[in-house]
Design a protein around this ligand. Sequence first.
Ligand SMILES: Cc1cc2nc3c(=O)[nH]c(=O)nc-3n(C[C@H](O)[C@H](O)[C@H](O)COP(=O)(O)OP(=O)(O)OC[C@H]3O[C@@H](n4cnc5c(N)ncnc54)[C@H](O)[C@@H]3O)c2cc1C
Length: 411
Amino acid sequence: MNYLKFSKSTSILYTKIHQTSIKTQLKCFYSSRREPFQSDSFLDIGTRQIYEEEHDIFRQMVRKFFKDEVKPNEDKWAKAGQVDRELWLKAGKLGLLGIDTPIELGGSGADFLMASIVMEEQAYANSSGPGFHVHSHIVMPYLARIGSPEQKAKYIPGMTSGKIIGSIAMSEPGAGSDLQGIRTNARKDGSDYVINGQKTFITNGFMCDVVITVAVMDPGAKSVAHGIGLFLVDADNPGLKKGKKLEKMGMKAQDTSELFYEDCRVPSSALLGKENNGFYYLMQELPQERLIISVVGVAHAEFMFEETRKYTVRHKLAEIKSEIAVARTFVDRCLLLHSQKKLDMTTAAIAKYWTTDMQNRVANQCVQLHGGWGYMLEYPICRAFVDARAQSLYGGTNEIMKELISRSIFP
Ligand SMILES: Cc1cc2nc3c(=O)[nH]c(=O)nc-3n(C[C@H](O)[C@H](O)[C@H](O)COP(=O)(O)OP(=O)(O)OC[C@H]3O[C@@H](n4cnc5c(N)ncnc54)[C@H](O)[C@@H]3O)c2cc1C
């Protein structure tokens, strides 16, 4: 199959899928489609009651993209600590970026179910290089939801085409789990803001063209959370310095950087949303961010299971398959809830915590079943194991997820 042929019809496909998405949600109760754990392989196309035939056609195209454009380059990119810019342009051309951003804003205009296919296929390709999910489904939603018309026009079409790469900078050396510790500040100076501070662990931080920067704008607010603002800082701003690409245990082809703000002057038009509302905006986006991590977690576990099938330790594989089947069912349900705008903070936390812990259990067991080869980088399971490790850390650590879940039990 020539996937470039599909690129021409991607937008027609998106429209069709968008129209059928409600139908999908109703039909899934009566669908004749099998679940992946009822199929020969978790990776079989044509399974999952939450999807339809149009999704399968799209999935074939995305699978081919990762097979042809990503897999052969992953080692090269791992050495470079980043992917090529050209990859972003190719993904943009095929309509794989900003998939669920409304078409009238310059996005691709499909829905989150469609977007989840790209996340899953990247995991099935055992690829952690491209930072597409952060760009398309963490950064772009802020612009679509709270961006001014000028900000939307300036960034969204370029982000959909892959010309503009986006990142989001919350974490600092002294503020990760607890954003109350944020020191980066934005001081008003005439009609401008002047940002000073430091961020760390920023995905796409080295390659980004724009970074949503979380900064304290009212140091006198009753708590840090009440005085936080979000700012769109362009990478060519002379006050923004990119640090080195951080050397990580895994996910080596994905760039993760420090960022330094030294009297970084931005106009008032760079403020994203309203003054001091940043914390509220961040909280609104977190369930989706955690769902993305779960979607990747389950798909990656499915990939690892398939890689390990040939090591016929029957009961161990039975245990692994059962764990994945349970996670798959729960996450598909979360995807439907999210499509209906019903995914709440607690449910997203349950999904994030449980699926990423499961992914790491599966990774550990699959390495074990490979024997010594499991420790050799030439075997995909080895990279899968180290890549999986970050999943329980970012997006809120799993300890924080348990804290959130316990708040629903002990309000
Ligand atoms: C590969 C990677 C990519 C990342 N990408 C980004 C990005 O793009 N943008 C961004 O802003 N950040 C990013 N991060 C940062 C990530 O979100 C943080 O690392 C994470 O939130 C944890 O914060 P921390 O590292 O400061 O750890 P800490 O908050 O210092 O936590 C240390 C330990 O203490 C535990 N802990 C902390 N508070 C509590 C509590 N209240 N109860 C129980 N246990 C607690 C934690 O669970 C953890 O085990 C990334 C991180 C990694 C590893």
